[in-house]
Design a protein around this ligand. Structure first.
Ligand code: ZN
Ligand code: FE
Length: 258
């Protein structure tokens, strides 16, 4: 069975390690730093078999070269639309990544917004979404338009509720603080905040999260909810005519508070 473990890196990044019981090779998603990956794999008697990359930012790609130096040639999967060090498999929407050692395969979803070429990996009931969707939030729009990000998040929303969402940062507590400002009467959100505080007080990760919970509590997946629309219109000072406009306004609202 496929197992996913977090390798913490930097302040708040998660590098995801994919392994199977009895296997010798692991895959990692977004290794921004090589040292914690090597340390983790050594500790578990594993070698690296593949690298998956969601987007070009250094905190997701900075460890690639050192990992190749350490483990030798291996496949590096990543977005066709971005410059990724040592990329061997340039991916676009609906490509399939098959990791034979792990008996796992993933479908690629194009998700421009945080960066122009950002991709997601979906399969085995899991979603590796880099800096597109966060637990309780979404990535900043560094390169893409709000419209693009809205469309990218809509693709995530269309996945099964049971999908486990593996984002690349532990930003949940701060994200939910904003969510509560945007939707103060959302009961599911209040429960999530309490649970998140409990986990963080114990030093535990709040990622992965269930997509169903994101749909119920993440304001960036809730642009069609009357309460959120009303709050966004209050921030904008005028009426908003589409879910994409609501999304753009809520993103702008959060940016204005950060
Ligand atoms: Zn990023
Ligand atoms: Fe990042």
């Amino acid at each position: 069975m496929l197992t996913i473990n977090a390798i913490p890196a930097f302040e708040d990044n998660y590098i995801w390690a994919l392994t199977i019981e009895g296997g010798e090779l692991a895959a990692v998603v977004d290794p921004g730093d090589a040292d914690p990956v090597i340390e983790y794999l050594d500790k578990h008697g594993l070698k690296l078999g593949a690298i998956l990359i969601t987007h070009h930012h250094g905190d997701h790609t900075g460890g690639i070269r050192e990992l190749l130096h350490h483990y030798g040639e291996l496949p590096v999967y990543g977005p066709a639309g971005e410059r990724i060090p040592a990329l061997t498999h340039a991916l676009k929407e609906d490509d399939t990544v098959t990791l034979e050692d792990l008996h796992a395969s993933f479908r690629v979803i194009d998700a421009p917004g945080h960066t122009r070429g950002h991709i997601l990996y979906h399969g085995e009931g899991l979603l590796f979404c880099g800096d597109t969707l966060f637990a309780g939030g979404c990535g900043r729009l560094f390169e893409g338009t709000p419209e693009q990000m809205y469309n990218s998040l809509s693709k995530i929303e269309a996945l099964p509720d049971s999908t486990l969402v593996y984002c690349a940062h532990e930003y949940t507590e701060a994200n939910l603080g904003f969510a509560e400002i945007a939707e103060p009467d959302n009961q599911a959100l209040h429960q999530r905040i309490a649970e998140t505080r409990r986990l963080r007080a114990q030093g535990e990760a709040t990622v992965p999260s269930l997509l169903a919970l994101e749909k119920a509590t993440n304001p960036f997946l809730r642009s069609h909810q009357p309460e959120l629309i009303e709050a966004a219109e209050g921030f904008a000072g005028h009426s908003l005519n589409s879910p994409a406009e609501v999304f753009a306004t809520v993103r702008h609202w959060k940016d204005s508070l950060d």
